[in-house]
Design a protein around this ligand. Structure first.
Ligand code: DGL
Length: 269
């Protein structure tokens, strides 16, 4: 007999402008191995980072609607740009469903920094959002942390093109990272869910004493906490099903998907 109602077995819904959200999906699946998931990659509209706030809100709204129509029990906005520009709007519009967002981890970085200088690499729309301004102002005022902001223009385009190990990527990363290194940062915050895929390249450019952090694990933990709070955790210990769905670039999703995972299906809308 099914002792849990549909809400518990319903999938965790996640979306991003593209393949970046899969870095959050991986954290969620590793923390909650029995949850069903549905990840929507809006590759057709990537990147979000250079679009207007209004355009980002409209895209996030459409993504949310898709996940809700597909039966998601919670929505994880697995996109810093989407969160910092649209989460207030989404929470206000869809009051019946919990939302989890992701923001650059400048707070933990700032609190742990010894040099009191941290670097943050994120999209233009994340760095110019009022949500980011609030958090960074607090750190600057209360903790005297210097935050060196860098727009990662072009990085998401290259990742979405599968060009992670390209010479163009190396040129851009050097251009963005070396000035931060020269200014004495001891923490580098990856403020875009695509960027964890660049970690090997980043670590070849920056000195090893600089710690690189992102918010992926914190988002997974917060998702679990909120599911527990609303009694929505899936306690069935059967093999879950996972679906990644794209409206654009299927090969790129396949390229970043874990291999040998028969319960993961990847398809085009
Ligand atoms: N992965 C996204 C983020 O975390 C979006 C990047 C983009 O589409 O520009 O911001």
């Amino acid at each position: 007999m099914d002792t849990l109602n549909d809400k518990n077995t319903a999938p965790i819904g996640l979306f991003d402008s593209g393949v970046g959200g899969s870095t959050i999906w991986k954290e969620i699946v590793s923390l909650m191995p029995y949850e069903n998931t549905l990840f929507l990659a809006d590759n057709k509209n990537a990147p979000y980072g250079e679009k207007s706030r209004e355009a980002i809100i409209a895209l996030c709204d459409a993504n949310t609607q898709f996940l809700l129509d597909s039966g998601a029990k919670i929505i994880v906005v697995a996109c810093n740009t989407g969160t910092t520009n649209a989460i207030t709007y989404l929470r206000d519009k869809y009051k019946q469903i919990p939302f989890i967002g992701i923001e650059p981890a400048i707070k933990p970085a700032g609190l742990q920094s010894i040099t009191k200088k941290i670097g943050v690499l994120a999209t233009r729309r994340t760095l110019t959002s009022s949500l980011f301004a609030q958090t960074s102002e607090h750190l600057k005022q209360e903790e005297q942390v210097q935050i060196i902001e860098q727009v990662g223009e072009g990085l998401v385009d290259l990742i979405e093109a599968g060009a992670i190990e390209s010479p163009e990527m190396e040129v851009l990363l050097r251009k963005y990272l070396l000035p931060m290194v020269a200014q004495g940062i001891d923490y580098l915050v990856l403020g875009c869910t695509h960027y964890p895929y660049l970690l090997p390249q980043i670590q070849q450019i920056i000195p090893s004493h600089i710690k690189v952090i992102d918010s992926g694990y914190a988002v997974a933990k917060q998702t679990r906490n909120i599911l527990a709070k609303y009694h929505l955790l899936n306690e069935k210990t059967t093999t879950p099903s996972h679906l990644w769905i794209t409206n654009g670039n299927l090969p790129i999703l396949e390229m970043f998907a874990p291999k040998n995972m028969p319960n993961l299906q990847i398809k085009k809308m």
